[in-house]
Design a binder for this molecule. Structure first.
Ligand code: CTP
Ligand SMILES: C[C@](O)(CO)[C@H](O)COP(=O)(O)O
Length: 374
């Protein structure tokens, strides 16, 4: 049984990455980077447990990808994410890596593990071969080290070291602060950290995303309610009746949200915005759609097209089709040509035919964000 737990930190915001997709979600073939990196590290040795720190908005979604790892909600900073994960660690040693270091070679992992008993924290480093200027002074570069991850720490010492309000940028700095022992080993240029978007091509182990397309369907039905404003596709229609709902009742937007969530394998609208939550009472559905579009882009997708069928005995849809298309295109950040709207009556049959409410059926197609072409 291994006495080492592996933690892979994947809970960051990717603010410096500046792509529509967060770095942990760019696709390598069909795998998000976080899964690719974690599987790769897992294949290099045997770990007692593998913990993935996930951003709170992505925790539930990550769990759809595998049952092999333990997922833990990250914190606001790298250090807070580590602290959350450490609560799940029961082994003597813990190896912590950044998802951003995607191409770490096997020998670095093996060398770290071989040294585990020789200090409180084992750290891969690179020496500096360029001239180094600190503020305005040239300093002796022999004293400069570039610190990499993964770092292998004694769990108890690391927990003590992080029991502080000081924020450290890596584990070795925290352990040094409590006078723990550090052993530096040779790092690797292949372990380069992906921080800025234009560094993607510096990581040659990353395969381009697959060209697969994914589809999802959505269906939403709402009953009419008198004396309520009617919203459909993000526009207000000139009627004195609207839709009965916990939100503003925009049945078209709700149907599209479900189609998008279906296409990316993320469940349904109720999992994101429960209708038992007072926060969503009367909410403008445009806000819900914007949230889903941001999520879809963050986790690695682009919308290809949307096709909708509105099934309504009343009101007449044709006069509003064009305005609805423009509104939906704007909300989804896609060209209007990629949205199609069809309308049909129910031939006076059933609840729609009796003019009690309407239904909207939709189908969405998405593809992976092609970071390789940017
Ligand atoms: N609250 C945080 C912040 C960072 N990280 C992780 O810590 C590592 C190093 O962070 P960095 O490369 O800076 O990633 P981001 O924080 O996502 O990037 P940025 O600072 O540009 O937002 C990454 O693997 C990141 O996912 C984390 O788990 N939790
Ligand atoms: C931990 C680290 O990768 C060591 O070099 C680095 O400190 C992380 O820094 P970031 O600012 O969180 O990217």
């Amino acid at each position: 049984m291994s006495d080492v737990t592996l933690i892979v930190l994947c809970a960051g915001n990717s603010t410096r990455f500046e792509h529509k997709t967060k770095k942990q979600w760019i696709r390598i073939g069909n795998e998000p980077l976080w899964l690719n990196v974690t599987k790769r590290l897992a294949s290099f040795s045997t770990f007692s447990k593998i913990i993935v720190a996930s951003h709170e908005n992505e925790l539930a979604y990550m769990k759809n990808f595998t049952d092999d790892f333990t997922f833990v909600k990250g914190g606001d900073t790298r250090q807070k994410s580590i602290l959350n994960c450490l609560e799940e660690v029961n082994t003597k040693y813990v190896m912590i890596s950044d998802v951003a270091r995607a191409c770490i070679p096997q020998n670095v992992i093996e060398n770290l593990l071989n040294e585990k008993e020789n200090a409180d924290c084992i750290v891969p480093v690179l020496n500096v071969t360029d001239t180094v200027i600190y503020e305005t002074n040239t300093i002796n570069r022999d004293y400069v080290k570039l610190i990499q991850t993964p770092q292998l720490s004694n769990t108890k010492t690391l927990k003590n070291a992080l029991n502080t309000t000081i924020e450290f940028t890596d584990e070795s700095s925290a352990i040094k602060n409590i006078n723990g022992t550090i052993k530096y080993i040779q790092g690797s240029v292949e372990s380069k950290k992906l921080t800025l978007g234009n560094e993607l091509n510096d990581l040659p182990c990353l395969k381009k995303p697959s060209k697969n397309f994914f589809t999802g369907t959505g269906l939403d039905i709402h009953a009419f309610e008198d004396n309520k404003e009617m919203f459909l596709g993000g526009i207000k229609l000139p009627y004195d009746f609207g839709f009965k709902a916990h939100s503003d009742g925009d049945v078209l937007i709700h149907s599209v949200i479900d189609a998008l969530l279906g296409a990316i394998g993320a469940g349904d609208i109720g999992e994101f915005f429960p209708d038992t939550d007072e926060k969503y009472k009367g909410i403008d559905s445009k806000i819900l759609l914007e949230h889903i579009i941001t999520f879809l882009c963050n986790v690695g997708y682009e919308i290809v097209n949307i096709d909708l069928t509105i099934i309504a005995q009343k009101p007449k849809i044709n006069p509003f089709k064009n305005e609805i298309k423009s509104s939906m295109a704007k909300l989804m950040h896609i060209d209007k040509q990629f949205i199609n709207i069809k309308a049909t009556t129910a031939e006076k049959m059933g609840f729609i035919g009796r003019e009690e409410g309407i239904a909207v059926q939709s189908i969405a197609t998405v593809k992976y964000y092609n970071w390789k072409n940017k």
